[in-house]
Design a protein. Structure first.
Length: 410
């Protein structure tokens, strides 16, 4: 599809830095905008987007596919339909930005490639594209990886262009393409939901992992009613920790008391605990990985059996066996857990911050973040991948042309 056709149908571009921030601005263009704005943006007064006035700022909500609010936003129209040019002004949470991106992609929009940077002199297109991508990299380790790629990838492509064995060269191209997902490891935080029964220590663990106070900690079960997100890192990979309300069934289906229904933030006709659980399940569905937190204390053992019975279908990336610093803590609970959880269990103390390195290493391994892959050449944008795919499918005569096209854009 040509660039002009893509823009006519629908493209979007993140105009602000992708890291955690107060605001994020997403630009939309193309004739898909009208339909997207009608389906996923609800403004006060619910006026049709076709009647919105250019230059006016509208207050509204971004809606997901089910019509549920995702974020409180502002919308500005810079050009009306059919040649739409609009801006969505979001809160700068990486989770909100990611959800907006996904909604746009599902609606047929293509993400516009960033312009090649001219901030630093570049010897070839690979370097220029790396420099353009740098503002989206969220951690120092990611910056180091990307800057090394300017040499690793360039040298690998030059060797491939001179390769005598075309089949081996094609396989090398496939390997470089297979590592193209690494750029996502450093530009999109891994969303990790901390799940478990009430009072298992999820909020204490969230604070320890984020290395700052982000969640209220209390011995009273059910203190966390809504999910709390906080940015952090695992061995230099960006992470968004999602502290959630405790999961259990006991009070989930109780009706709300009359005085509780007046709270506009509660889900209609449910106990507030049930609404917290509903939100927790929504977070689980949107998370990239689940970190299950269980309680090693005698009090925790009383709820653990019921929790395993109710939620044994969870697929955690790792299981944190918390409060092992207590003298009365159980030594090992693996035998009482579902078989699929046993090898994922790491004893920790969130309060004392012990065992956290082993826990995060287990998590990194389970989600497939392979540190060894960082030393190998990797494609890091769609143009490189497209040229390498063309090289793989080309005959020997045209193979070299497509490989060299990665080094120098036409």
């Amino acid at each position: 599809m040509s660039g002009a056709t893509t823009e006519r149908r629908g493209v979007f571009q993140l105009l602000t830095s992708p890291g955690p921030a107060a605001i994020a601005v997403v630009r939309l263009r193309g004739d898909r905008c009208g339909k997207f704005l009608r389906q996923h943006v609800r403004t006060r007064g619910k006026a049709d987007p076709g009647k919105w006035v250019v230059g006016r700022i509208l207050h509204g909500e971004l809606l997901d596919g089910a019509g549920e609010p995702v974020d409180d936003i502002l919308v500005s129209i810079h050009s009306p339909g059919p040649a739409w040019d609009a801006r969505l002004h979001l809160h700068g949470s990486p989770g909100v930005v990611r959800c907006c991106r996904e909604l746009l992609s599902e609606s047929g929009f293509a993400e516009e490639m960033e312009a090649v940077s001219t901030l630093w002199p570049a010897e070839n297109t690979i370097e220029a594209e790396a420099y353009a991508l740098l503002p989206r990299i969220l951690t120092p380790r990611g910056v180091q990886w990307l800057t090394r790629q300017t040499k690793l990838l360039s040298e690998a492509l030059r060797r491939l262009a001179d390769a005598s064995d075309i089949e081996i060269a094609r396989e090398r191209c496939r390997e470089i393409i297979s590592r193209s997902e690494i750029v996502d490891w450093f530009t999109r935080p891994l969303r990790v939901a901390l799940i478990g029964p009430p009072n298992a220590g999820k909020s204490t663990l969230a604070n320890a992992l984020a290395d700052r106070q982000v969640s209220i900690v209390s011995p009273t079960p059910g203190t966390t009613r809504d999910w709390v997100e906080s940015p952090g890192e695992i061995e230099g990979f960006p992470v968004l920790w999602l502290d959630t309300a405790g999961l259990w069934k006991g009070r989930e289906l109780q009706p709300a008391r009359p005085q509780q229904r007046s709270n506009s933030h509660q889900h209609p006709n449910t106990h507030p605990d049930a609404e917290a659980i509903r939100r927790t399940r929504k977070v689980i569905a949107s998370a990239d990985a689940v970190l299950l937190v269980l309680d090693a204390s005698p009090a925790g053992q009383k709820t653990q059996t019921a929790f395993v019975s109710d939620h044994g279908d969870l697929q955690p990336a790792c299981v944190a066996y918390n409060k092992t610093d207590l003298p009365e803590a159980e030594a090992d609970i693996r035998a009482s857990l579902p078989k699929k959880w046993r090898d994922l269990t790491i004893p920790i103390s969130a309060l004392r911050r012990t065992g956290l390195d082993a826990l995060t290493a287990q998590l990194r391994e389970e989600v497939g973040y392979d540190s060894a892959a960082l030393t190998e050449p990797a494609a890091f944008n769609g143009r490189q991948v497209a040229n390498l795919e063309q090289a793989i499918n080309a005959d020997q005569r045209h193979f070299r042309k497509h490989v060299l096209a990665c080094l120098q854009a036409s």
